[in-house]
Design a protein around this ligand. Structure first.
Ligand code: SAH
Ligand code: MG
Length: 220
């Protein structure tokens, strides 16, 4: 249970949405078995719809894990999107590389290996979509490194923003998570209140924020 919506509602939505097929299905089974935190099913279908509407040509992803979301993005756009994704965990990197090969989208996905804080500084170019899905205590830091690389009219998607309900409800906060919770709340306050983004917070999966970039950021 995610602590975010009523259990019955979550169950109903999951049962009603179509199951994935092929490699994505295989990766879901792997992720469940090895506890890899891939996007929740409801979120993956929201992302799929957003991709079809926005038709991004370029995506920057922070947090690749086994490559599930990158492959989902590629599948939803029939391989028409170029993706740069970042991952620091060795095992995840190995799995992701194998999975990109299997997916047939290898040519369109660049995996940067190492810590995002280091690597994002040297990422060149601008992107139609940015997907933040890595260490939850560092979103503001990642954000500051990537937001100027998002095109005006582009979409920033932040995953796990309600973190098992803890972000909204103090009584759920586990002791060792206090700092992460505080940082995530500050991040959400920021993206909801800055004048160059239009943000929506959505309580599905583990919580998703969608932020449309209206204009360039001026303050730093
Ligand atoms: N986007 C993936 C899931 C990513 S899970 C999907 O939905 O399929 C988050 C991943 O981010 C983990 O694999 C973790 O190792 C990685 N990560 C966390 N902090 C990071 C950092 N600072 N630099 C690089 N990778 C990071
Ligand atoms: Mg996530």
């Amino acid at each position: 249970m995610s602590n975010i919506v009523n259990e019955e509602v979550e169950k109903y939505i999951r049962e009603t949405l179509q199951d994935k097929e092929g490699l994505l299905k295989e990766l879901e089974v792997y992720a469940a078995e090895y506890n890899v935190p891939i996007v929740h099913k409801e979120v993956s279908d929201l992302l799929k719809v957003l991709l079809k509407v926005q038709k991004p040509k370029s995506i920057l992803e922070v947090g690749c894990a086994i490559g599930y979301s990158s492959i989902l993005f590629s599948t939803a756009t029939q391989g028409k999107v170029k993706i740069i994704t970042v991952e620091r965990n060795e095992t995840m990197i190995e799995r992701a590389k194998e999975n990109f090969k299997k997916s047939g989208f290898e040519e369109n996905i660049t995996l940067l290996e190492g810590d995002a804080e280091e690597l994002l500084k040297s990422v060149e170019g601008s992107f139609d979509m940015i997907f933040l899905d890595a260490a939850k205590g560092q979103y503001q830091l990642f954000y500051d490194l990537v937001i100027d690389k998002l095109k005006v009219g582009g979409l920033l998607i932040s995953d796990n923003i309600l973190y098992k309900g803890m972000i909204a409800d103090d009584s759920l906060v586990m002791r060792r998570k206090k700092t992460i919770v505080k940082r995530m709340r500050n991040y959400l306050d920021y993206i909801c209140n800055c004048d160059y983004l239009s943000t929506s917070l959505i309580p599905i999966g583990d919580g998703v924020a969608l932020s449309y970039k209206e204009k360039e950021r001026t303050e730093k």
